[in-house]
Structures are given as structure tokens and as C-alpha cells.
Write a protein that binds this ligand. Structure first.
Ligand code: ZN
Length: 276
């Protein structure tokens, strides 16, 4: 396993962690702190302007581990499906423009009013299959990010790494997985499924699960503040062949988002070196 104790090369900051900052501020702040990689969300890239974002990132020398996020394939009708496909193609273009290593895909939950979970699964598979030729021609890997089962109804009906691996098996080249410890730590199948993912692991996201968790979306912990065995999961991920970045991705409305982003970055560095 890689030793991060005096090495921040493999630390990436997801822009959601620094919620109050624009992309320009994230780029400047990370550069000041000696951070070499970021994982932006589409909204702040679009606020900056995609071409300008691409230029600023290029000039900064920052690596872009992944772009968050495309997906949301589940819709009530054909018009919705077409709109989702169009939006995902734009997401591929944006990821390509900023030099992202992959485009993260979050599946989408049940369409409004629907109870058809199997149908939703099918829509996700069909949506990714429809997007894949475009992503392949742009040489942009797609990373399916399974989300915690608590999000199955409203955000993502792909909830286990096993399900994501099955989709990769079915859909072939150009697609892999994103392993986010917050979403997957609870799964007894996790070590086996990480080994099965192997080189398909395109992105690795860290934070922590707090006890108690006060909000199911916006109360993620800083690595080291919760109960996830981060070292054990990283060992498994690296044993499977992953040697990329660890993206710190923290949604935290009541704590980390209220703090000075400079301080948040400082603590991210410290935790990367001591507990990730
Ligand atoms: Zn994530």
C-alpha cells in the first residue's frame, strides 16, 4: 500500500468539499496549498464557463481526476430520456474540455410516481448503452458510482458495486466504476467486488460516516472523524490495481461548509497523510 505520510501527490479535492468557493477560488486555493488535483462538479465549471475553466485548469497544471457528474437516466417518458442523453453528451464534452480522467455517472432514482424499480434499472442500463458510443469516440471513460441504498428512490438505483460491475460486464469497453467509501462501506460484499472491479476502478472518493448521521445527504464526515475503516478499504482498492488519486468529497451543511475553505484544505491534507 502506498505511503501517504509525507506525500500529497495523490490527494485530490472534490469541489463540493469547498462549497463556498468558485472554480477560480478552488484552483487558486489548491495551488497555494500544494494540492495537485481536483474533482470539479459541473455547476461550478459551467458558472466559470467551460472554455475558461479548461484554460485556467491547464494553466494551473492541476490534474482533473473526474467530473461530477452525468447520469440521471431514469425518466417518465421518451422526451425525458432524449433530454437526459443530450445532457450526458454535453457532460462528456465538458469532461473532455477540462481534461478529466473520467465522467462520473449517478444512475437516477425512480421516475416520479413510479414503483417500477426493475424498470428503472433497465432505463439506467439502456441510458448508459446509448451514451457509450459517444463517450468512446471522445475517449472519455464513464465511471458508474453506486450510491448508498438510502438514495435508491430519489437519486440512484444502482446501490452496490456488484450491480455496477454487472453493468460493466454487460456493456463492455469504455466503462468502469467509482468507489466512494461513504456509499459502499457497509456492504459485506465490498472486498470481493473491489477485487472483481480490478482495473475498472476509475475513481476513489473518501470522506467518513458519522455516528449519528444527522442528515442523509449533507452530513458527511472528514476522513478520520467517523467509523469507516479507510485504510482497509484503500488497501483493497490498491490490491485490485488502483494507483490513482483519493478524492476528498464532503457534503457537510452544518460543519465543513461553514468553515474557512483554507482551513478545510489544511485538514484534508493532514487527514490524507494520517488516516486515508
Ligand atoms: Zn463520490
Amino acid at each position: 500500500m502506498r505511503d501517504f505520510s509525507s506525500d500529497r501527490r495523490w490527494l485530490a479535492i472534490n469541489t463540493a468539499t469547498l462549497k463556498s468557493w468558485s472554480l477560480e477560488q478552488v484552483i487558486a486555493g489548491c495551488s497555494r496549498a500544494g494540492i495537485t488535483a481536483i474533482a470539479p462538479w459541473r455547476d461550478i465549471v459551467q458558472q466559470c464557463g467551460v472554455e475558461r475553466a479548461a484554460k485556467l485548469i491547464r494553466e494551473s497544471g492541476l490534474t482533473v481526476t473526474c467530473l461530477c457528474r452525468g447520469g440521471m437516466f431514469t425518466t417518465a417518458d421518451e422526451a425525458g430520456r432524449r433530454a437526459a442523453l443530450d445532457d450526458n453528451r454535453r457532460a462528456v464534452d465538458e469532461a473532455h474540455a477540462i481534461g478529466a480522467g473520467s465522467l462520473i455517472l449517478v444512475a437516477g432514482g425512480l421516475p416520479p410516481g413510479s414503483k417500477d424499480l426493475t424498470g428503472a434499472h433497465r432505463q439506467v442500463r439502456d441510458g448508459i448503452a446509448a451514451l457509450l458510443p459517444y463517450a468512446r469516440s471522445a475517449r472519455m471513460p464513464l465511471a458508474i458510482e453506486p450510491l448508498h441504498p438510502m438514495t435508491a428512490a430519489d437519486r440512484a438505483c444502482i446501490n452496490t458495486l456488484a450491480h455496477a460491475n454487472d453493468l460493466c460486464d454487460e456493456l463492455g469497453d469504455g466503462i468502469g466504476v467509482a468507489v466512494d467509501v461513504y456509499h459502499l462501506w457497509w456492504d459485506p460484499e465490498l472486498p470481493r467486488q473491489i477485487a472483481r472491479s480490478g482495473k475498472r476502478i476509475l475513481s476513489y472518493h473518501v470522506c467518513d460516516w458519522l455516528v449519528p448521521t444527522r442528515d442523509l445527504v449533507f452530513d458527511r464526515g472528514m476522513p478520520g472523524d467517523g467509523i469507516i475503516d479507510l485504510r482497509a478499504i484503500r488497501a483493497t482498492v490498491e490490491a485490485a490495481g488502483y494507483q490513482g488519486h483519493c478524492d476528498v468529497e464532503i457534503f457537510s451543511a452544518q460543519n465543513w461548509w461553514k468553515r474557512d475553505p483554507e482551513e478545510v484544505i489544511r485538514i484534508c491534507v493532514e487527514r490524507h497523510q494520517t488516516v486515508v
